[in-house]
Every structure is written in C-alpha cells, then in structure tokens.
Design a binder for this molecule. Sequence first.
Ligand SMILES: CC(C)(COP(=O)(O)OP(=O)(O)OC[C@H]1O[C@@H](n2cnc3c(N)ncnc32)[C@H](O)[C@@H]1OP(=O)(O)O)[C@@H](O)C(=O)NCCC(=O)NCCS
Length: 158
Amino acid sequence: MFQIVPYLSSDFPALIEFVEAIQEHERTGVPDLKPGSEIGLLYAGMLVQQVSSHEGYILMARAGSRSIGFVCAWKDVDDDALLREDMRSHALISDIFVAEDWRRRGVAAGLLAAIETAERGSTQIRVCAKATNRLAIDCYNRAGYRPYEVIFSEPLLK
Ligand SMILES: CC(C)(COP(=O)(O)OP(=O)(O)OC[C@H]1O[C@@H](n2cnc3c(N)ncnc32)[C@H](O)[C@@H]1OP(=O)(O)O)[C@@H](O)C(=O)NCCC(=O)NCCS
C-alpha cells in the first residue's frame, strides 16, 4: 500500500535523487541529455521554485516512511497565439517518477488521479515525454492523455 501526501522540505534529497533517475532513464533514449548527477540539485531547486511562483505543488508517494515516487505540476499558459484564449491556460505536469521496485502497481496512476482531483477547475492538464520514453507514453495513454503536438528533429551534424 502507498499513500499520496504533499511534499515537505525534508523531501528535497529524495526529490534530487528522483529527478536524477528520471534524467538517467530518459538519457537511455536521448544520449544528448546531460547526466543525472549534473542536473539533480539545480533542477530539483528549479521545481521547488516554479511550484511556489506558479501555484503549483509536488505530491510524494510514500510506502510507510519511504518515498517511492513523486509528481510535480504548476499552472502554465500556452504562448501559441493561434490557440483559443480559453484553451491556453492549463496545469502542466513537469515530472513524474516511481521507484523501479514499485512500478506497475498503480503508483503513477494514483499520482495522476490526485493531480486530476486537484485540477478540477482547470480546462486541461498537459505533460510532455521524450518520444523514446515508452514507459511514460504507455502510462499517460493508459490514464487517458492523448498526444497534442509532436516535435520532429533531423540531425544535421553527421
Ligand atoms: C512512467 C512511470 C512513472 C510509470 O509508473 P508506474 O507506477 O509503473 O505506472 P502504473 O503502475 O501506474 O501504470 C500505469 C499504466 O502505464 C502503463 N505502463 C506502465 N509501465 C509499463 C511498462 N513497463 N510496460 C507497458 N506499460 C506500462 C500500463 O498501461 C499501466 O497500467 P497497467 O499496469 O494497469 O497495465 C515509471 O515507469 C517511471 O518512473 N519511469 C521513469 C521516469 C519517467 O520516465 N518519468 C516520466 C518522464 S517525466
């Protein structure tokens, strides 16, 4: 059994560990990404700062006293001037992570459901994934999310 609880400042070391693990996972599909150890402290600090300045929150998943995952989200506005005004503001999920030994037990689904409950007043929730991140894409699809915009890239330095 796990619980979903609000982030406490004492969770910061776990947050660093988790964002480094996400980065290492995504680096297996995108080798151009920096190593997790290079981004952990700075990126985790940026999440905490974004959450406080953009009406956001971090939710932790805990099994007993152990932190086994988290999700982070804040309010964002799409700067696409071609999009209808009423569809531009949304909740943005920046990151979600579940410890390997807790995967496929519904923890991410629980974290996403908690975000949906918290965001009842919003028109939509968005989340990005690298195209190679199958775990994340399967998880979001399963939760009912559908692709909105796709970035194509062709490397020119060969
Ligand atoms: C993506 C991630 C958060 C999913 O966490 P999880 O707790 O294992 O997900 P859930 O157990 O809630 O699974 C939800 C659904 O996602 C899909 N899914 C999750 N892992 C899968 C896998 N290994 N293979 C196929 N489908 C998978 C399934 O449809 C699953 O539902 P089901 O088990 O009923 O079939 C986790 O794999 C993770 O932390 N990955 C590394 C970090 C990452 O990539 N984060 C996202 C980028 S920010």
